[in-house]
Design a protein around this ligand. Structure first.
Ligand code: CAP
Ligand code: MG
Length: 401
């Protein structure tokens, strides 16, 4: 079995050398502990970790640790994480430590990966040839609406031109909007929209719940006609993504939200970067994944996002490419900045940036699509807006930066 290589950035405390710190990570996550063990048989030593490299970087150090492949249980992502992202974060001799990336060998990537992936989702919407970005929305208000009104907002967004609609991460099966009623109502109104426009629209139903109920909830959503499922990967776990992907092989795409990720990804000196999270989502079978915006409301590092998206869409042991999702504080005036940096193989989502349009949801959806069309035609949004009233009204409200 080939080994696993993990890359960490760390800052040791003032009494600890970088060599000792890197070795402490390697020992803690493999055969060692905080002190020498008096006896360690040769067959155990074979499973020692190794510090492959160590160099100064910014205010600290970069190290590559090689973990023997044999200490991993094939196909068990929680176990993979307990090694490469386990106790090491709490080691007292380190002031901070951040997992930047991890390379798993092919034998440990024994997952099916995305069943639809970017191309499969594009085929459902009919954009394989045009290659235009997809436009999505999050129903807003994010919570509070009843099923009928949720469905009405979905209908308006669909007729206005979005390709994709999703529940907010905070909306599951609350009393004010039970999931079954919501799915039935929304799907019925999306059928109406389809008869009027001829366009198929995907609706991702959030099935996040406690572990033993997720699959059942997904089955219920599918019975009610859901044509996409959504799960919060950090709060529910990578195993939830895997379980849904395996449950529903070839049925409907899986949209992966990452609420709570910033508790791990935001501090550049400590935690877990988005790269390993995104890699595991691809392995576990997510078809679309939030990776952030370059101009939106959340903190962001454009070069990291670009790298994450490249990882999701580049080659990786035959896994289908994942459709990256740019979301959070977007509006039509920000479309150009997103596409210039991130390219057009992307889903652009706007919640407030659609439903907050001065003329309502339908015009907001139209304005987002017009901003995308402007970019695809090589026009500046301000020029395109001259004969596209919805885009013009959006730019008047939010500007074009
Ligand atoms: C966007 C969003 C998403 C964020 C998550 C929200 O809405 O639905 O949860 O995009 O961020 O409710 O905030 P708005 P990320 O368009 O109204 O901002 O993609 O960074 O995980
Ligand atoms: Mg949200």
């Amino acid at each position: 079995m080939q080994d696993v290589i993990a890359v960490y950035y760390f800052i040791p405390d003032e009494n600890t050398t970088p060599e000792f710190a890197a070795q402490a990570i390697s020992d803690e996550e493999t055969t060692g502990t905080w002190t020498d063990l008096t006896t360690r048989a040769d067959y155990v030593r074979r499973l020692d970790g190794h510090v492959e490299s160590l160099e100064s970087y910014r205010d600290g150090y970069l190290t590559k640790i090689r973990y023997p492949g044999e200490i991993f249980e094939k196909g068990n992502i929680p176990q993979y994480l307990s090694v490469v992202a386990g106790n090491l974060f709490g080691l007292g001799r380190l002031c901070s430590v951040r997992l930047l990336d991890v390379e798993f060998p092919e034998q440990l990537c024994n997952f099916s990966g995305p069943v639809f992936g970017m191309e499969g989702v594009r085929k459902l919407i009919g954009t394989e040839k045009s290659r235009r970005p997809h436009v999505g929305t999050i129903i807003k208000p994010k919570v509070g609406l009843n099923p009928k009104d949720t469905a009405h907002v979905a209908y308006e967004a669909a007729v206005g031109g979005v390709d994709f609609i999703k529940d907010d991460e905070t909306l599951t099966d609350q009393e004010f909007c039970p999931m079954k009623d919501r799915v039935e109502e929304v799907m019925a109104r999306l059928d109406d929209a389809m008869s009027e426009t001829g366009r198929k629209i995907l609706y991702a139903v959030n099935v996040s719940d406690r572990a033993d109920r997720i699959v059942e909830r997904a089955e219920q959503a599918l019975e009610c006609g859901a044509n996409t499922l959504m799960i919060d990967v950090i709060t529910c776990g990578f195993s939830a993504v895997q379980a849904l992907s395996e449950l529903n092989t070839g049925n409907v795409p899986l949209h992966i939200h990452r609420t709570m990720h910033a508790a791990m990804t935001r501090n550049p000196e400590h935690g877990i970067a988005m790269r390993p999270i995104a890699k595991l989502v691809r392995m576990a079978g997510g078809d679309q994944l939030h990776t952030g915006t370059v101009s939106g409301k959340m903190g962001h590092d454009p070069s990291e996002i670009l790298g994450d998206n490249k990882m999701l869409t580049g080659s990786m042991f035959g896994f289908r490419p994942v459709f990256p999702v740019s979301s959070g504080g977007l509006h039509p005036g920000k479309v150009r900045a997103e596409l210039e940096t991130l390219g057009t193989d992307i889903v652009l989502q706007a919640g407030g940036g659609i439903h907050g349009h001065p003329d309502g949801t339908r015009s907001g959806a139209a304005a987002m699509r017009q901003a995308v069309d402007a970019y695809m035609e090589g026009c500046l949004p301000e020029d395109y807006a001259k004969d596209h009233i919805e885009l013009r009204r959006a730019l008047e409200k939010w500007g074009s930066k």
